[in-house]
Design a protein around this ligand. Structure first.
Ligand code: ASP
Ligand code: MG
Length: 411
């Protein structure tokens, strides 16, 4: 008898018909003899509606009260789901985060799970019930309601799967899985069958919005195999699992892009100890997350510093940097909001040299200028002019043969 955790996102439970369809699907697995634990998001659009309502009450809504509000959407969907199951004659019990004892820290609206008590769920499963749990929520040690941050239901599912030592954790969504690149801009994008946790982490952080990144780290830590698949078909989706030999033979697993960053450059900064800290401390104090940083050496004792920030933080970051640049006697501050970061990701890069060079060559052939480069063990990112994003993504996808299941090994 397998224990299966299945999570369904907001679009999968968007209306009563869809909730019934999800219940049918789960009951099918139950009838086959599996112990079913279901995690649900709020019905599509609900959480956004709450955010909007809160904004009408308080400019910056009180975080504690915000969590009381935000967590209510999932309470609705689990209750409706349990009713749908009961209407079909099977037994089901709905549980909120506090009833499962999903304890978190007290960082309201972005809490982290500390522990999960699986006893109550196990008892219900042994009694033959289908268990449906509210995603995205927990409880502090002082019994205050918390939420895990937008998209947090994936994390609830993985945390429950880990605590229950489930055989499978399936994340049902409105797409068929993880693709080699964005199918909206590249027709030959292919659904990936298997991908490693590390690759998924890179793809997720780069903007492939299929899985919430925190759930992938948690799955990696607890070695929970994740299956991302569509609610609306029976086709196999993408398995996110531990790395294996076949993955290493692939040069590149995916191409991603991010248009949400902006670049800031400070030219001719005095090259003395403490300059980087002078520049970046106010930025981080303002809660602005810097992504890429490049420092250049010039002849003499001057240096150039370029970095990227989320586009939404650009104006604030500029204001801060201009002030400091003035204080430290830098020559000039310039910036660009019309950039895109295009990246190739793959564990195969560890064993193959020259992948980055191939990427530079492909972009050069398209006459696309690279303004920043950064690399990690399994990723190469280039910042380019935003208007060439689609062209770059298609050219890279094509040149690395990502439309084919088995790419030719270069060696
Ligand atoms: N309902 C929450 C949200 O929209 C949590 C989730 O869907 O995972 O962010
Ligand atoms: Mg969601």
């Amino acid at each position: 008898m397998a224990i299966i955790v299945q999570k369904f996102g907001g679009t999968s439970v968007a209306n009563p018909e869809k909730i019934k369809a999800v219940a049918d699907r789960v009951m099918g697995h139950h009838r086959q003899g599996n112990k079913m634990v279901v995690v649900l998001s709020a019905m599509a659009g609900e959480t956004n509606r709450f955010v909007d309502l809160a904004g009408q009450m308080q400019k910056i809504p009180d975080p504690r009260e915000m969590d009381v509000l935000l967590s209510s959407g999932e309470q609705v969907s689990i209750a409706l789901f349990a009713m749908a199951v009961k209407a079909a004659g099977l037994d089901c019990v709905s549980l909120l985060g506090d009833q499962v004892r999903i304890t978190t820290d007290n960082m309201h609206t972005k809490a982290r799970i500390k522990s999960v008590d699986s006893d109550r769920i196990s008892k219900y499963l042994d009694a033959g019930k289908i268990v449906v749990v509210a995603g995205f929520q927990g409880i502090t040690e002082d019994d205050d309601i918390t939420t895990l941050g937008r998209g947090g239901s994936d994390t609830t599912a993985v945390a429950l799967a880990a605590a229950l030592q489930a055989d499978q954790c399936e994340i049902f969504t409105d797409v068929e899985g993880v693709y080699t690149t964005d199918p909206n801009i590249c027709q030959s994008a292919r659904k990936i069958d298997r991908i490693s946790y590390d690759e998924m982490l890179e793809l997720a952080s780069l903007g492939a919005k299929v899985l919430d990144i925190r759930s992938v780290s948690l799955a990696k830590r607890h070695k929970v195999p994740l299956h991302v698949r569509s609610t609306f078909t029976d086709t196999e989706g993408t398995w996110v699992v531990e790395e294996d030999k076949t993955m290493e033979s692939m040069l590149v697993s995916g191409v991603t892009y991010n248009k949400n960053e902006a670049r800031i450059t400070i030219s001719k900064v005095p090259d003395t100890p403490g300059i980087a800290s002078r520049l970046f401390t106010p930025i981080s104090d303002a809660g602005i997350v810097v992504d890429m940083i490049i420092q250049n050496t010039r002849a003499g004792d001057l240096t150039d510093m370029t970095f990227t920030v989320p586009k939404t933080d650009y104006d604030r970051a500029m204001e801060l940097i201009e002030k400091i640049a003035d204080e430290i006697g830098a020559e000039r501050v310039s910036g660009d909001k019309h950039i895109a970061k295009v990246s190739i990701v793959g564990v195969g890069m560890r064993n193959h040299s020259g992948i980055a060079t191939t990427m530079f060559h492909i972009l050069a052939k398209e006459n696309i200028n690279i303004s920043m480069i950064s690399t990690s063990e399994i990723k190469v990112s280039c910042v380019i002019d935003q208007k060439y994003t689609e062209l770059a993504v298609r050219a890279l996808h094509d040149a690395f043969n990502l439309e084919k299941e088995n790419q030719p090994d270069k060696e």
